[in-house]
Design a binder for this molecule. Structure first.
Ligand code: UN1
Length: 495
C-alpha cells in the first residue's frame, strides 16, 4: 500500500488544505511509488508560519539546556532508527545504502553537537572602561526560520539548519525538495517523538515557486536558509535583500582535486573515484575536476579509467551496488547535455558517456560514470556545475598552474591536493580560493564540527556547521550593567 504522507503544522499531521497531492517514485525503479505528499500552497504556508510565530515566545524562553535535551533525544532516536531511515532515503533518492547511513549519521552528529551547545552558546564577558560597570555579549534567537533544503542530503542538510536554529531558540518552517519529502517527513517525525513542542517545527511539502519562494518572502519570516542551485539562491538573495532579511546560502561548486607529481597515485585514484562518483556525483562538494601534474597525468588516467569502468551501478538497496541512479529525469537531461557539450568542445571522452538502458536498468535513471580527458580550463565542462557522474580531467605543468586552474571558476566550495611535500600542501592551503581544502583526501567528506560553506558565488559569506552556524541563527546583544548608582559617560569620564 502506498503511504500517504502529510504536512506537520502546529503539532498536527495534516493534508494540504486543497487536498492536492503529488507522487514520489524511486529513481532506481519507476514502478516503486514511495508515497504521495501534500501539494501545498498559500493557505498551508500561512498556517505553518502562523504556527511557528505562535510557538516562538515560549520556545525562546525555554532554557537552552532543556532545548538541548530534546535535541539529544532526537539524536538518540535517529540512531535507533538509522537503518530504517537510510532505507527510505535510498528508496526515494537513489544513493547507495552505505551513503544514506552516512547521511543519517551526519544528522546524528549534528544533533549531539547542537545538544551540547545548549549548555554553551558562549558569549563574551569583558572589562568595562568605567568603574562598577559590567559588559557582556549574549546570543539571542531571531524568530521564525525558513529552511529550504535539497534532495542530495535529505537528512544531513536539514539537520545542519534545524538543530542549530532550535538550540538558539528559533522556530522553524521546513520545506524540503520535492524529490525527498519522505526522508524529510521521517526526520520531522523524529523531532516530534523527541518532544519538540507543537508549532516549534512545522513542515510542508510542495514546489519551490508555490511554497519555497512565498515562504521566503513572507513578512513574518525572519531568517531564510537555503541549500541548492545558484539560480534559485540568486532569486532568494534578491528578495531577501529587498526586505533586509537574513539569508544564508549554500550553492554550487566546481571542486577540483589536484594531483602533484609526488603524490601517492593509488591513493589519488581512490580519492577521485570516491569524490567524483560518490552520490553519483550529486554533491555540491563532488570532485568534478581533477587537475593532474603533466608528469603523472597519463599514469593516473590509465588507472583511473580502469577503475571507473569497473564501478558497479545498481539499485542502492542492493549491497553490491557502488553507484546508484541519478535522482530524476531532469538530472539525466542535464548530464546528457553536458556530455554533448564536452564532446563538441573537443574534450576527449575516455569513460562512460551514455545512459544504461538494458533490462536491469531500464526502470531507473542510470548513467555510466563518465570521464573526459584533455579538458581545457575555459571549456564549459570545466566551468559549470554538472551535478552528475562526470569528471573533467585537466593537466598542469606546475603547482602554481594547478592552483590557478583550481581557482579559475565562479565557485569556491571544496578543493583537494594530493602531494607528499608539506611545503606544496601549505602553499595550496594558502592560495586555493575555497571554503574547504583537503590534503591527501577527496573533496567530499566534511565533518560537522568545522565550518561548511564556500567563497565566491558558492555562498554569501555564511558557514553552516561548526561554531559558525550559530551566527546564522542568532543575533548578538551587547549588555552593559552599570552598578555605580550614578550616570557614567563612556569615552567622556576619562581621566
Ligand atoms: C553537499 O554536497 O551538498 O562534505 C553536502 C560532504 C558531506 C556534505 C555534502 N558531508 O561531502
Amino acid at each position: 500500500m502506498t503511504e500517504s504522507y502529510k504536512n506537520f503544522i502546529g503539532g498536527e499531521w495534516v493534508a494540504a488544505r486543497s487536498g492536492k497531492t503529488f507522487e514520489n517514485r524511486n529513481p532506481a525503479d519507476n514502478q516503486d511509488l514511495v508515497g504521495t505528499f501534500p501539494d501545498s500552497d498559500r493557505d498551508d504556508l500561512e498556517a505553518a508560519v502562523k504556527a511557528a510565530r505562535g510557538a516562538y515566545d515560549s520556545w525562546r524562553k525555554t532554557p537552552a539546556p532543556h532545548r538541548g535535551e530534546i535535541l539529544y533525544r532526537a539524536g538518540q532516536i535517529l540512531k535507533d532508527r538509522k537503518e530504517e531511515l537510510a532505507k527510505i532515503m535510498t528508496r526515494e533518492m537513489g544513493k547507495v545504502l552505505k551513503e544514506t547511513r552516512g547521511d543519517v549519521q551526519e544528522a546524528i552528529d549534528t544533533a549531539f553537537y547542537a545538544a551540547g551547545e545548549g549548555r554553551r552558546l558562549f558569549g563574551d564577558t569583558v572589562p568595562c572602561e568605567l568603574p562598577n560597570k559590567f559588559g557582556m555579549s549574549v546570543r539571542c534567537p531571531i524568530g521564525v526560520c525558513v529552511m529550504i533544503t535539497p534532495w542530495n542530503f535529505p537528512m544531513a542538510i536539514p539537520s545542519w539548519k534545524i538543530f542549530p536554529a532550535l538550540i538558539c531558540g528559533n522556530t522553524v518552517v521546513f520545506k524540503p525538495a520535492t524529490d525527498t519529502p519522505a526522508s524529510a517527513a521521517k526526520f520531522v517525525e523524529v523531532l516530534q517523538q523527541a518532544g519538540v513542542p507543537a508549532g516549534v517545527v512545522n513542515f510542508l511539502t510542495g514546489g519551490g515557486s508555490k511554497v519555497g519562494m512565498p515562504l521566503a518572502e513572507h513578512p513574518q519570516v525572519d531568517v531564510v536558509s537555503f541549500t541548492g542551485s545558484t539560480e534559485v539562491g540568486r532569486r532568494l538573495a534578491e528578495s531577501c535583500g529587498r526586505n533586509l532579511k537574513r539569508l544564508s546560502l549554500e550553492m554550487g561548486g566546481k571542486n577540483a582535486q589536484i594531483v602533484m607529481d609526488d603524490a601517492d597515485l593509488d591513493l589519488a585514484v581512490e580519492g577521485a573515484l570516491w569524490g567524483g562518483f560518490g552520490t553519483t556525483g550529486q554533491r555540491c562538494t563532488a570532485t568534478s575536476r581533477v587537475v593532474l601534474h603533466e608528469k603523472i597525468a597519463d599514469a593516473f588516467m590509465k588507472q583511473f579509467v580502469d577503475r571507473v569502468n569497473k564501478l558497479r551501478l545498481g539499485n542502492g538497496l542492493e549491497a553490491s551496488s557502488e553507484v546508484g541512479p541519478l535522482v530524476n529525469q531532469g538530472q539525466v537531461d542535464t548530464v546528457e547535455q553536458y556530455v554533448k557539450i564536452g564532446k563538441d568542445e573537443g574534450a576527449k571522452l575516455v569513460a562512460g558517456g551514455s545512459r544504461l538502458t538494458d533490462a536491469a536498468y531500464s526502470r531507473g535513471f542510470f548513467y555510466r560514470p563518465t570521464v573526459f580527458d584533455h579538458v581545457k580550463p575555459t571549456m564549459r565542462i570545466a566551468q559549470e556545475e554538472i551535478f552528475g557522474p562526470v569528471v573533467s580531467c585537466l593537466r598542469a605543468r606546475s603547482l602554481e598552474e594547478a592552483i590557478e586552474i583550481q581557482n579559475g571558476t565562479i565557485f569556491g566550495l571544496s578543493s583537494s591536493i594530493y602531494t607528499r611535500d608539506v611545503n606544496k600542501a601549505f602553499q595550496a592551503i594558502r592560495d586555493i580560493q575555497a571554503g574547504i581544502t583537503y590534503v591527501n583526501s577527496p573533496t567530499i567528506g566534511a565533518e560537522v564540527q568545522l565550518p561548511f560553506g564556500g567563497v565566491k558565488q558558492t555562498g554569501n559569506g555564511h558557514r553552516e556547521a561548526g561554531q559558525t552556524v550559530y551566527d546564522i541563527f542568532s543575533e548578538w546583544k551587547s549588555v552593559y550593567v552599570d552598578y555605580s548608582g550614578r550616570l557614567q559617560k563612556a569615552q567622556i569620564d576619562v581621566s
